[in-house]
Structure formats: structure tokens, C-alpha cells
Write a protein that binds this ligand. Structure first.
Ligand code: UGY
Ligand code: MN
Length: 249
């Protein structure tokens, strides 16, 4: 039986969005060739950052300069080589690269099907602190810490917790039945991709079943809560803006 036409789990609202792979439409990004880019979140939705998925075809590559923006690139599938500010790094599933503003980059030598997730944000400098440098790591080197004392909800913080960074990217892993401890409401904005498992996300006053591959945008102050469900752990990678004044001067 075919799926029922005209149905989708996608919702795009003023304060949040849930996007699912069945609704993804490729676009074209300057500097990227032989790839399929999906802009999952962008200012067109109301967000103050962009979240982009890149899938490589044969001979795919992305070349450019970050300009005023900074990137956190995470490898969802496959492998590739990143040349960042003239230095080459081999990346595999779970690798991540922080690419500061005003930095030359070239992503290439990827297997067809390699998938990158990019969080892109305008860099806001902080007086008295140097701009962060290129940083490359792997999620397996980051210890998951119990979230607010709950060992069944663990947080891996990929970027240094330091005032020079104005963005954070974390991986949250929940055992089945584990939850965010309370409904969060905060100044930070989020972009999120479900990496594994299933659960229910509360967004504002609405509840949505979510699973691997789903994407969520949460505007600042959007009430949010999650419970992992099923028999396997659920995990998601997410972005947030951090460490800057509430009211820019
Ligand atoms: O870092 C966070 O704000 C995180 N606890 N939010 C979330 O997972 N929705
Ligand atoms: Mn949050």
C-alpha cells in the first residue's frame, strides 16, 4: 500500500519546527559541488543560525572561507578529508571539526554517501578573549556526564566550555524512559538532529513522536522537554548559542 498522499509529520511554527527526511528538498550552496545540500534550519524559518546536511556524491567537495561565520561540522556517515587553514584532517563517523570565522576550508575525498551535519553561526567576539582556533575531535574521546545528576541521561560537550566560544554543540544520550528533568525555557536557541532511537519531544505546548533523522528547531524561550521511548537508547546532537550578553550593546 502506498503512503497516504498529503500527509506529513513536518510542522513549521513561529517558535519551533519539526522536520522529517520525507520533506527534505535539496538546494545549491556556493562552493559545494557534487553534493546534495539540505538546509534544515535557517533565518528563513526565524532562526539566528543555519543547520545544513551535506551528502556527498562521487567526487563531491566543498571549498570556501567561513567569512564572518563559524562552522561546527560533524560526520553523520562515511568519511572525508578536511583541509582547514592549510592543515589536513581525516574525519570519520563521529568526528567533528570546529572551523573559526575567516578560515579557508576544503572538504573532499569522501566516499559517496558520506553525510556531514553543519551548524553555522555568525561569530560574535568577546572583548578580552582571543578567537577560538581550528579544533578537530571525535565524540568517542568525550566522556558523557550525567545530566543534573541523572546517569541515564548523559551529555557529551564537544566544544570547550570557555567564554571565547559563542556556540556549543552537545550530544545527549538517554536510556529508554529517561527524560529531561523539567520543561526547559531559556534564552538559548537550539537546532537538533535525532541520531538514534525514538522518543517524544514537547515543543511549546505540543508533543511529537520523534525518531532517528528528525530535525528540530527551538527558538529562544520555546518550552522544551524530551522522553526516550522504546527498548534502545535515544540520542541527539544539538546546537546552542552561549556565553554572550543578553542585550548586545
Ligand atoms: O542544553 C540544553 O539546553 C538542553 N538541556 N536542551 C535540550 O536538550 N532540549
Ligand atoms: Mn535546552
Amino acid at each position: 500500500m502506498t503512503d497516504l498522499f498529503g500527509q506529513t509529520r513536518d510542522v513549521v511554527k513561529d517558535r519551533y519546527a519539526l522536520r522529517t527526511p520525507s520533506g527534505f528538498v535539496p538546494s545549491v550552496l556556493p562552493g559545494w559541488r557534487n553534493v546534495v545540500p539540505i538546509v534544515q534550519i535557517s533565518p528563513g524559518m526565524g532562526a539566528d543560525f543555519a543547520q545544513i546536511q551535506i551528502t556527498f556524491d562521487k567526487n563531491g567537495e566543498g571549498r570556501g572561507n567561513t567569512g564572518a561565520n563559524q562552522y561546527l561540522v560533524y560526520v553523520l556517515e562515511g568519511k572525508c578529508v578536511a583541509n582547514l587553514a592549510g592543515k589536513k584532517h581525516s574525519l570519520r563517523v563521529g568526528s567533528y571539526a570546529y572551523v573559526p570565522s575567516q578560515t579557508d576550508f576544503h572538504f573532499a575525498q569522501a566516499n559517496a554517501g558520506t553525510k556531514l551535519l553543519i551548524f553555522e553561526k555568525k561569530f560574535v567576539a568577546l572583548a578580552g578573549y582571543e578567537k577560538p582556533a581550528v579544533l578537530v575531535g571525535h565524540e568517542s574521546d568525550i566522556q558523557g556526564q550525567p545530566f543534573l545528576g541523572n546517569k541515564d541521561a548523559r551529555l557529551q560537550v564537544l566544544l570547550p566550555d570557555h567564554p571565547s566560544f559563542d556556540m556549543a554543540v552537545n550530544i545527549f544520550t538517554y536510556q529508554p524512559g529517561a527524560t529531561l528533568p523539567f520543561v526547559e525555557v531559556h534564552i538559548m536557541e537550539h537546532g537538533l538532529v535525532m541520531l538514534k532511537g525514538q522518543g517524544v519531544y514537547r515543543l511549546d505546548a505540543d508533543w511529537y513522536p520523534v525518531r532517528e533523522g528528525d530535525v528540530i528547531w527551538m527558538a529562544p524561550y520555546c518550552p522544551q522537554w524530551f522522553v526516550a521511548m522504546g527498548t534502545t537508547p535515544a540520542s541527539y546532537i544539538y546546537y546552542k548559542d552561549v556565553n554572550r550578553a543578553a542585550l548586545p550593546s
